[in-house]
Design a protein around this ligand. Structure first.
Ligand code: TEU
Length: 549
């Protein structure tokens, strides 16, 4: 009998606290603001909320640069506020998942401040400091641009940072580091949280420090001791609890993800991978604009769906998060109000019928769009600002850069949550830390609740369906018509039931292939089916039951 059966039927709602709801007028969302909106989240029907990091931090990377793991960032509130949030969430049967960043710390963390002081400081080996004569020790690149080694004049050595220069990578080879991190995880378990999202957790084992043809990726991605470390983390912390855990995996493989999540191995419950969100990159380059490659999208999603299912692993499934542009602007269509609504519903159905644990990112449930910023002054994200400088240096035209950022920047998903028609979309009474998207007058929660045909009710229904029907959680997944240019079709099967999911990714009416049986119970439908044609951005799930099983 498997432990933790229950989490598998869960749906998670991701909150980016900085942009969720501000109760103080500071322009920055806060924990009290989340408490204020718990009834809304309960109304939606999800099981967990996941908060991106709320710990003490200089906020160079909006909290993914932690300077104290045991306290709350004062912009967000206090530990007491956080305790109240957990209590209030539990009262509503909502579980709380924390985001733990243990691949790196902020350079403001006291471990790093100590480590930096001298080569023989007891914390020196908590990080990777290396001596090097002519320039950086290796040619590895930071994911935010530039070399991944930063020279430190205090001791004439370089330290490793795979992300921002203020995010120093921790040395997991050091047992003391691991123990210190396990203590932190245990602290939060004792505090009463119900789950963890582990940030870039497949990068913790660094392998060798050598020059690389792939800017370092082959040495630190799914590195040599990563499974051993995750097994140890599991055993030393959450392993015997019923917590839900999800690992964020950068550039990983299906085989590794089966290992990370197959319960017999005692590592994690589930994984995020990002391959399906690189189908609008040109030759793997994020800072480029390409149209969605629909065949690639289907192939990647289905390879992961069938591969992980057959290997006994578990996927986390998602279109959106705080690092990704808004899906309705990306793979849907936000050019008219009607197309926005239809395509957002279609994308929701396509994703929520897949196998795995679905995540909804704040605002996705009302079809929030990219803000279509027009000036670099509107951007805040460190990665976007670095990319802007890099593209400038490479001689890109300003308009082209704005076009690329407008489609790829992480700030596309970080604009304030649109609650109402009030000033600043009801997010703050002060000046928001980042501009509100201009379409908030028509796209907001208040409006979505009033309109029973809104995108919000499609999400609500999909969540209810998952809770009611085991086929969505446990059923097999069978891809169909993979070569079709417009339709995404797959079957889910469980016992004698089959649910066929048909989604039209184009704005036109499309003929459904003849062998797809349309005579059955309609589980959910958005758009129009007439004869054997499905309307633009339509989606339907049809159930057929076979008698002879
Ligand atoms: O992201 C890790 C990650 O690899 C990305 O999704 C990243 O944002 C992308 O590669 C940039 O192109 C996680 C967090 O989700 C992200 O917000 C942090 O900035 C990052 O780790 C560092 O902690």
């Amino acid at each position: 009998m498997l432990k933790n059966q229950d989490w598998r039927k869960s749906v998670v709602y991701q909150i980016y606290p900085k942009s969720f709801n501000d109760t103080t007028g500071s322009g920055i969302g806060d924990i009290k603001g989340i408490i204020e909106k718990l009834d809304y989240i309960t109304f939606l029907g999800v099981d967990y909320i996941w908060l991106t990091p709320v710990y003490e931090s200089p906020m160079n990377d909006n909290g993914y640069d932690i300077s104290n793991y045991l306290n709350i960032n004062e912009d967000f509130g206090t530990l007491e506020d956080f305790e109240l949030l957990v209590t209030e969430a539990h009262k509503r049967d909502l579980k709380v998942m924390l985001d733990i960043v243990i691949n790196h710390t902020s350079t403001e963390h006291h471990w790093f401040k100590e480590a930096k002081k001298a080569k023989d400081n007891p914390y020196r080996d908590f990080y990777f400091f290396r001596k090097s004569q002519d320039g950086p020790p290796t040619n590895w690149e930071s994911k935010f641009g530039g070399n991944a080694w930063q020279y430190d004049p205090v001791t004439d050595e370089y330290y490793l940072h795979l992300f921002d220069v203020t995010q120093a990578d921790l040395n997991w080879e050091n047992k003391e580091v691991r123990q210190a991190l396990y203590n932190i995880v245990n602290h939060w378990i004792d505090f009463g949280v119900d789950g963890f999202r582990f940030d870039v957790i497949n990068l913790i084992s660094k392998g060798e420090f050598k020059d690389s043809s792939k800017i370092g990726k082959e040495f630190y991605t799914d590195g040599p001791r990563v499974h051993e470390f995750l097994h140890e983390l599991n055993r030393q912390t959450f392993g015997d609890t019923d917590m839900m855990t999800v690992g964020e995996m950068s550039a990983t493989t299906i085989d590794n993800c089966i290992k990370y999540t197959n319960p017999e191995r005692q590592e994690l419950n589930s994984v995020f991978n990002f391959h399906h969100l690189k189908v609008d990159y040109v030759n793997g380059e994020k800072w480029s604009n390409a149209k969605l490659d629909f065949h690639k999208l289907k192939t990647i999603l289905m390879d992961w769906q069938t591969g992980i299912y057959q290997g006994g692993g578990w996927n986390a499934i998602f279109w959106c998060n705080h690092d990704q542009p808004r899906v309705v602007s990306r793979f849907g269509n936000d050019t008219t109000e009607e197309l926005r609504q239809q395509s957002a519903k279609m994308l929701a159905i396509t994703l929520h019928m897949l196998q795995g644990t679905p995540y909804i990112y704040q605002g996705e449930e009302i079809g929030m769009t990219n803000p279509h910023f027009t000036s670099i002054d509107q951007y805040r994200d460190v990665e976007s600002l670095n990319a802007y400088q890099n593209m400038k240096q490479q001689g890109y035209d300003e308009d082209d850069i704005m076009d690329i950022l407008g489609q790829k920047s992480r700030d596309n998903s970080r604009t304030p949550m649109q609650w109402s028609k009030e000033n600043n979309a009801g997010f703050t009474e002060g000046k928001p830390w980042i501009d509100v998207a201009r379409n908030y007058l028509s796209i907001n929660v208040e409006q979505a609740i009033e309109d029973k045909n809104s995108i919000l009710y499609t999400y609500k229904k999909l969540i209810d369906l998952r809770h009611q029907h085991d086929i969505i959680t446990y059923g097999n997944i069978i891809p169909r018509h993979m070569k079709h240019n417009d339709l995404f079709i797959y079957d889910r099967t469980f016992d004698n039931r089959c649910w066929t999911v048909i989604a039209n990714f184009s704005a036109q009416n499309v003929i459904i292939p003849e062998d797809v049986d349309l005579n059955g119970n309609i589980i959910i439908q958005e758009g129009i089916i007439e004869g054997n044609s499905i309307s633009g951005y339509g989606a339907i799930v049809i159930e057929t039951i076979s008698e002879n099983k």
